[in-house]
Design a protein around this ligand. Structure first.
Ligand SMILES: *Cc1c(COP(=O)(O)O)cnc(C)c1O
Length: 376
């Protein structure tokens, strides 16, 4: 059988090993060192002036620290977009807080600002003001961050901007990850750039970054002995992995362009197929890195459903996958309050992610084209 085509696989640029080699030569095989500092400053200059980035062991760790920094604790409620990967919501539970899930709007598939406001009002009426809002730029598509921020500010609730899938995306020319009270990024193996495993917290002040790093390195007080006044975590990024990240930063924009080429590839492929819609930006305000290219299918028009495509692709060893299953439909979150309609649920039922890597060769694209012939 031909080699497997993945949805999204690591794509090295070429200089990563040089930075990793440096870490070995200088024996900086630790969760600190020149690559960690260098990777952070690369991210800071990429995101924009004045941002303060703390490199961490994962995006999940970054969300967890963000919630801690915002004071989320036992018994609190945190609003979270329902249409997302479970890592957006799990850290709420790590803190002993309750997730309150909110539906998406159809244009960006992300948190609906109207549902958000209705949710806040109802939770306040029920006696508890939500402690934070977790908004996500899913599949790299910027959410309606301006409208969400307006609602959040009206009720004075901080926003955690889950930009794990959206490094390189922009809203109104501003980089995703820089809007929230705190932003987070992920460099997991399947993301647009990878450090094999890693993440980052984006803070607006050096002081907040310092606090994040303090908590991420076991919360050691300044004392000659080991003294602790806070519960700490081991969440810092390794200097070896950060070396991979430095190399990846050199090719980030190139990889964004290649992912967007993949999106264009699918737009052309399905151009004449009624009932298949390729997910795209609603207007020029939104610039998606198109981390994953997604389609929605109307079986009443096409006569086939997402599963038919999954099976056809699998026959040629090509990976595809349904869209994220909403959190309010997950067994583990079945007790959590939910606000909204069936937008996220219908996307889950009718949508599909297609191979979107920046490293797909012409012959791999031809294989995809051929496997999708019947559906396009
Ligand atoms: C990947 C991802 C995360 C978690 O990042 P990790 O680095 O894998 O821990 C969080 N939120 C979303 C939306 C993600 O896709």
């Amino acid at each position: 059988m031909s080699n497997k085509i993945y949805l999204s696989s690591p794509h090295m640029g070429g200089t990563e090993q040089k930075y990793v080699q440096e870490a070995f030569e200088t024996n900086w095989i630790a969760p600190l060192g020149p690559n960690v500092t260098g990777f952070e400053s690369d991210l800071e200059s990429y995101l924009s002036e004045g941002k303060n980035v703390a490199a961490l062991s994962s995006g999940t760790a970054a969300i967890h620290l963000a919630l801690i920094l915002l004071g989320v604790s036992h018994g609190d409620e945190v609003i979270c977009q329902t249409f997302t990967f479970s890592a957006s919501a799990n850290p709420i539970v790590y803190q002993g807080a309750t997730p309150v899930f909110v539906d998406s709007e159809p244009e960006t598939w992300n948190m609906c600002p109207n549902h958000l406001e209705a949710t806040i009002k109802d939770r306040i009426k029920k006696g508890k003001k939500p402690k934070a809002i977790i908004a996500v730029h899913l599949y790299g598509m910027p959410c309606k961050i301006e409208a969400i921020t307006r609602v959040a500010q009206k009720y004075e609730i901080p926003v955690v901007e889950d930009s794990a899938e959206a490094l390189g995306s922009t809203y109104n020319g501003q980089k995703c990850g820089t809007f929230g009270t705190i932003g987070i990024l992920s460099f997991n193996g399947n993301k647009i750039i990878t450090t094999s495993g890693g993440g980052a917290l984006v803070a607006h002040t050096p002081k907040l970054k310092e606090k994040a790093v303090f908590l991420a390195t076991q919360a050691r007080d300044e004392a000659p002995h080991y003294q602790h006044s806070n519960i700490g975590y081991n969440y810092r990024l390794s200097n070896v992995c950060a070396g991979i990240g430095r190399g990846q930063m050199e090719v980030l924009d190139k990889h964004v362009a290649l992912r967007r080429d993949m999106h264009q590839f699918y737009k052309e492929l399905f151009a004449n197929r009624e009932g298949v819609t390729v997910f795209e930006e609603p207007s020029a305000t939104y610039f998606s890195n198109h981390w994953l290219s997604c389609i929605v299918i109307d079986p009443a028009i096409t006569g086939f459903n997402p599963q038919d495509i999954v099976s056809a692709l699998a026959k040629d060893n090509i990976e595809s996958r349904p869209l994220w299953k909403p959190m309010h439909l997950q067994p583990v979150f079945k007790e959590a309050p939910y606000y909204g309609g069936t937008i996220a649920e219908n996307l889950f039922k009718t949508g599909l992610c297609l191979p979107s890597g920046s490293n797909l060769s012409m012959s791999e694209k031809n294989r995809i084209n051929k496997a999708l012939e019947y559906f396009s």
